[in-house]
Design a protein around this ligand. Sequence first.
Ligand SMILES: *[C@@H]1O[C@H](CO)[C@@H](O)[C@H](O)[C@H]1NC(C)=O
Ligand SMILES: *[C@@H]1O[C@H](CO)[C@@H](O)[C@H](O)[C@H]1NC(C)=O
Ligand SMILES: *[C@@H]1O[C@H](CO)[C@@H](O)[C@H](O)[C@H]1NC(C)=O
Length: 464
Amino acid sequence: MASNSSLLQCYVLVLACLLSSRSSQALMGHIRDKAWHIVEVKSLLPSSVCSSPKEKGFNRLTIIHRHGPCTPQPTNKKITDAQILRKDQDRVDSMHHYVKSAKKATIGGSLSVSLPAQHGSSYGTGNYVVKIGMGTPRKDFSVVFDTGSDLSWIQCKPCKGCHNQRDPLFDPTLSSTYSNVSCSSTYCTQLEKSSCSNGQCQYEVKYLDKSQTDGVFAQDTLTLSPTDKLPNFMFGCGTSNSGFSDRDMTDGLIGLGRDRVSLISQATSNYGAMFSYCLPSISSYTGYLSIGTNSEPQASFTSMVQKTDSPSFYYINLTALKVGGMLLNISSTVFSGGTVIDSGTVITRLPPTAYVKLRDAFQQYMKMYPKAPSLEILDTCYDFSQYPRVKLPTISLVFSGGTNLDVDFSGILYVSQQSQACLAFAGNSGDSDIGIIGNTQQKTVNVVYDIANQKIGFSYGGCK
Ligand SMILES: *[C@@H]1O[C@H](CO)[C@@H](O)[C@H](O)[C@H]1NC(C)=O
Ligand SMILES: *[C@@H]1O[C@H](CO)[C@@H](O)[C@H](O)[C@H]1NC(C)=O
Ligand SMILES: *[C@@H]1O[C@H](CO)[C@@H](O)[C@H](O)[C@H]1NC(C)=O
């Protein structure tokens, strides 16, 4: 006869088993009751050892967290969480600035004046890098990937100004497939900030944080995976790059924005107008970036929203928020400033009216945990030092058409340390500023950008 206490023991054992590995936790995420995640606090903290799956699919690039142990040669100058969050705010400010000045410059639905520069949101954040190959024979480069900007660039020889990077500089003279883009090329004339030198097209990208890259607009073979090459890929060969931090150590940027010169626009005829990615839950795991039409068929989609005034950004309509499975009482008009999904912003920004409702509901569910000091823009933090595992309310973002983005448990908190785990959302300064779905909330989700069909979708368990 089983006594109550041994039954209890059994139950505790089963629970312990369920909680003992991350994969079973992810499983629990899917059979959860929609109100709570039960999470081992340790699983929210990166380990110092990189654990990267070996499998590689068609056109799959491995995504690595820039500041984690999977980075080839981690820098000894560690960036702090406060610095990451401040840079994140710079990026958001520059996106808001760009959208506002674009709106002003737009009359009757089309751009009436040229915008300042081929804009870039802010190179400094971005957090995730992928390795690409350039030239023949191919040379490898670690570049930030960014859905918020279009023009790709790498640092090139002969360098008049370069920040430190891990890999040797790209040397155009050593590549048999390299060529300059001529000034008469339509690609050159389409660049917002281009000039001409001896008939060769020159580009410039200025970021709002005053960093900038200048150089030759060039083309060469881009290698996405050992078997997949994109010939004549157009990119900036940056010979004069300033304002970037040596701590970045990355070799450049791959732009996956919606506009003309982005990688995805150039890859469309070879691979189809689609890409998808999965960002890992913690910096000791890796994710993937996949170019082409090998999407997740079971993803649920919401329509992309066209905005002529900021053509690089991917807008989708956020309409509601759920905490613990319950819809928050927020009028959908609160979101009418528009919402962009972005790979480079870390923390999701909401209209302040919506953020306050989300925060208040979250705090109700988290009452049992001691509070911790706020961390930069994050004002709702908890001290989990005394807790091996915690119970977090689920959070879902609801988009038009009823599509939900169920945030993984790893995307609810920004965990600086066990004693300071903060709700990873923040409010904008006004409800009319664009909202931004940041990369923290996209963790472990397959995010599918189906540009051909103008929709963006989510499916779960894409990476650890
Ligand atoms: C490309 O243009 C740069 C400067 O505009 C020039 O120095 C270089 O020789 C050119 N390279 C080729 C392969 O034409
Ligand atoms: C929802 O919010 C509005 C305005 O903030 C308020 O008037 C209304 O009573 C709320 N409804 C519920 C069910 O709480
Ligand atoms: C998005 O929302 C705006 C109003 O906020 C609406 O005009 C537009 O039709 C919506 N677009 C889609 C694709 O749902």
